[in-house]
Design a protein around this ligand. Structure first.
Ligand SMILES: [Zn+2]
Length: 477
């Protein structure tokens, strides 16, 4: 077992931060689709505290203010920016938790150490126009993280200007990544991925980049405690247009943090907590400078990031096509479709791959050995309108092998089926093939001619025990 010097010295504060987190969680922020207007009262709240300085440092294309909030009087400048991709909000929430911690009267000794040695600057939600639409790019349609050199977007100019005016010693570049990333050759999701970005094609390790690696090793050891095996290391190929790579090049020790997936944490609130604990602990170790003792070689031991996870993986199922039986694995994902206003979403699932998926993993895996995949039937009694759905015993119908119900009058604005059966209009025809990459996964798994499981819009329903995490089914007009 490798013991880590930095972590040992700081392990008490880390444990305390984890255990006392609820005292500082910013309760206004509860889900991923956070909007700029929700953050403004929080800036106002902290601006009344003389410990903080809030400065408007720029604005987005649509005119939304970009605020920098600073605290501390130390000579080492630490800059944290989040959500340059509008649909990557986890760290934005963690920043406001950290601000609440810094505003509190607790942890006096540690806070004194932090604020006397460091000046910390937070630039949360760098891409508010993207956040408004829950999309990666800004209103210009540009990926801000490919605009670090050309600097066409006002958001990019602001980040560059802030970095340069502070000559930040440390930079935290805070993102989210797909929940389908895993730690290489393991079924563990990459809940957190790190990178000390390269500043040239040769991937040289300067003292500054080396310091970023050491702090990543420090944070990895913390996350391992709460999410064992769920950390990976991002590919360090040099990207000459990206901010992380350039900020490293401009002389700031830069740490990329990507918040990925965690089982049963769709809104990423546990991951937000892990951000809070690990970033705050990293800030503490920067203040104490005890990260310097951490061996750089530990960085390379963090597993690489891979993308081999499905929401649901069914293995070894039997499948009959044109009278012949085959063995298939099926991997499927529940894709989010935003509702109007981008405040909420529903699921529209897809088969992502089928065949031998033995090198892939699932958040949920069913060994379907001995089970046969077959088409679900359309319930023969058509409904006139949607209100009649509540009179259906849909679970009982699934057990009889029905996965579809026809409804004559489907309201125009209705997007999702609330019952675990897909709704069809009177005229909708089902596609010919049951299993095909790109189509919606809805079928029955039967044994000895009897349905045991239903897969409805990618959600697995155990028809014997009733166990399921079903959210919504589809409507086809
Ligand atoms: Zn990103």
């Amino acid at each position: 077992m490798t013991l880590n010097i930095g972590l040992c010295q700081n392990s008490d504060i880390t444990t305390n931060l984890y255990e006392t987190y609820e005292n500082y969680r910013e309760s206004i922020l509860t889900k991923r689709r956070v909007k700029h207007h929700e953050l403004q009262p929080l800036f106002l709240k902290h601006a009344t505290d003389k410990a903080f300085i809030v400065n408007k440092v720029g604005k987005s294309i649509e005119g939304r203010a970009l605020n920098l909030i600073s605290i501390g009087s130390g000579k080492t400048n630490v800059l944290l920016w989040s959500q340059m991709h509008g649909n990557e909000p986890t760290a934005t929430q963690a920043i406001f938790d950290i601000l609440n911690f810094l505003a509190s009267n607790d942890f006096q000794e540690e806070k004194k150490e932090i604020l006397e040695n460091l000046t910390i600057h937070f630039l949360p939600m760098l891409n508010p126009d993207g956040a408004e639409r829950f999309q990666r790019r800004n209103l210009l349609g540009v990926d801000i993280n490919r605009d670090a050199v050309r600097l066409q977007s006002p958001e990019s100019k602001t980040l560059k200007h802030v970095r340069d005016s502070l000559k930040a010693d440390f930079g935290f570049n805070l993102h989210d990544q797909s929940a389908y990333y895993n730690a290489e050759r393991t079924e563990k999701p990459a809940t957190i991925s790190y990178l000390a970005p390269a500043f040239n094609y040769e991937k040289n390790i300067s003292e500054k980049r080396g310091n970023a690696m050491k702090i990543i090793v420090f944070m990895n050891n913390i996350i391992q405690k709460y999410a064992p095996g769920q950390v990976s290391r991002y590919n360090d190929d040099f990207e000459p247009r990206a901010f992380g790579d350039n900020i490293q090049k401009w002389g700031t020790s830069t740490i990329l943090i990507e918040s990925g997936g965690y089982a049963n944490d769709v809104e990423k609130q546990e991951i937000r907590k892990l951000n809070y604990v690990s970033i705050l602990s990293a800030i503490y170790t920067i203040a104490k400078e005890n990260y310097k003792d951490i061996p750089i070689e530990e960085y390379e031991k963090i597993p690489e990031n891979d993308r081999k996870l499905f929401d649901l993986k069914i293995v070894n199922a039997s499948y009959n096509l044109l009278g012949k039986d085959y063995v298939l694995d099926v991997g499927m994902n529940r894709l989010e479709v935003d509702k109007e206003g981008n405040n909420d979403f529903w699921y529209s699932s897809r088969i992502i791959d089928q065949g031998d998926l033995s090198t892939y993993y699932g958040y949920e895996t069913l060994n379907a050995s001995g089970f046969t995949i077959r088409q679900g039937e359309i319930y023969p009694n058509s409904l006139i309108n949607i209100r009649e759905l509540k009179d259906l015993d849909s679970f009982d119908l699934l057990k009889q092998g029905y996965t579809y119900v026809r409804v004559a009058n489907i309201p125009g604005g209705m997007l999702e089926s609330p019952i675990p059966m897909n709704i069809l209009s009177s005229t909708y025809e089902l596609p010919g093939l049951l299993l095909k990459v790109g189509i919606n996964p809805t079928f029955i798994l039967e044994k000895d001619g009897k349905p045991h499981y239903a897969v409805i819009n990618g959600f697995l329903i155990d028809l014997i025990s009733g166990k399921s995490d079903f959210k919504n089914a589809m409507i086809y007009r």
